[in-house]
Ligand binder design. Sequence first.
Ligand SMILES: NC(=O)c1ccc[n+]([C@@H]2O[C@H](COP(=O)([O-])OP(=O)(O)OC[C@H]3O[C@@H](n4cnc5c(N)ncnc54)[C@H](OP(=O)(O)O)[C@@H]3O)[C@@H](O)[C@H]2O)c1
Length: 346
Amino acid sequence: MSSKIKVGILGCTGAVGQKLISLLGNHPLFRVTEVAASDNSAGIKYAGRVNWKESSRIPDSVKELTIKKCSDVLDAELLFSGLDSSAAGGIEDYYAGKGYVVVSNSKNHRMGSDIPLIIPEVNSEHFGLIEKQKEKYNSGGYIVTNPNCSTVVLAVTLFPVYKNFGLKKVLVTTMQAVSGAGYPGISSMDILGNVIPHINDEEEKMQIEPLKIFGKFEDGKIKFADFKISAMCNRVPVRDGHTMSISFETEKRASKDEIISALGSYDNLNLPSSPELVLKYTDDPFRPQPLLDIDTGNGMTVTAGNLRKCGVLEWKINAFGHNTIRGAAGAAILNAEYLIKNNLVK
Ligand SMILES: NC(=O)c1ccc[n+]([C@@H]2O[C@H](COP(=O)([O-])OP(=O)(O)OC[C@H]3O[C@@H](n4cnc5c(N)ncnc54)[C@H](OP(=O)(O)O)[C@@H]3O)[C@@H](O)[C@H]2O)c1
């Protein structure tokens, strides 16, 4: 128990914060020793403040923790951030400056030129950017980020295609779950029986983040991938899991069998949160579906289905992933596990 690394959760009351606490309840490497949120929550015992939405119970070790302010000294080596983006930027900088390793879900730092934006099965070499933060923070602390919840699904699906055949153009239309808007998020009056064809900043994030993630790490910098992405993002009345329809055109010609074989080419990193399959492909035209595929790989597997010819771009495929696990808390924990395994946390 005592050999586990002490971690804190910034934004502990939110949708991502709760998922982090739930996934870390019995983690082999980490134990939650601190929880922090806004000044409105600070000073209150966790169980007395949080509106717990996870199906598992609040871990006993966290229930009685008193919520701290996001300016307090925290008894932890590594901080997971599920902070609202209105506050995340400054708070994450502050803690990195104080020597903490900050593993963030928020958008604020993702595109920083010295900030790794990581899916470890895709671009772990980008962790090399941590070195660039040494001068800035001069504390031993640094920030690493995981992508937007829809970006993860798109990037995990397309990376094997990009790596093997190159990409010229991508069109993606998303159907995104309500938990992606946090808690309490969108009102039931607005979403039940409805589709909302706009999510603030989401299209922009999906159009740029994959280009950084697929970029080459050369001379201490990321050289972004060079292809075009057009994203259209919709909020739909699904609780968890983002579904998307993707069309793409490759640089090199490839057959359906070659693409399917590439989709199965991910290596398993064998970290505690690694799923057996990073990407699971099925030819079934009725898959993936949120109700059927949400738990695949404990929420860490991206599922894809029905690769077929497209009359406009060359190919189209359906994809799906758990937005608060592979798209947020699980992704952050996987990044932190990678940091530990590779001795990047002192
Ligand atoms: N939901 C998803 O699927 C998802 C996926 C990927 C990334 N993200 C990103 O992850 C972050 C958290 O998302 P979420 O869905 O969990 O949001 P959320 O449910 O709205 O939770 C936000 C958290 O931030 C805290 N907070 C708000 N203002 C603060 C302040 N001024 N100082 C300190 N803490 C403050 C809140 O604490 P109080 O309760 O005290 O206000 C709460 O704990 C966001 O940046 C979001 O974009 C979310």
